[in-house]
Design a protein around this ligand. Sequence first.
Ligand code: ZN
Length: 103
Amino acid sequence: MATHTYTSEEFIEAALLWRGIEPGRACDRCGGAGTRAYGSTSTWRGGIGGQMITNGVCDKCWGSGDKDRPWPSHDGMESNAIQLTYCQEKHRELLSERVKLKE
Ligand SMILES: [Zn+2]
């Protein structure tokens, strides 16, 4: 089997292509990795964190590694989940009131 020795640049380009990220479209915050090192344990959530370098999802591309196609933000997903739970509870309340009205 033939072997090929990559330079660092070639390796990164090959890794990006493997992730489906065209050259020049890598996220400028994480370099296309989709994760990055945060200076505290609070990571992308912000707020109070301990004094430790912590790896977490990139807060710019949200893991896609592609500067033009970010994945949905974790903050947005969390907010949607909270709204969904609220709507489901409201729906249940309205259904039970409707059942009571029929009785
Ligand atoms: Zn990124």
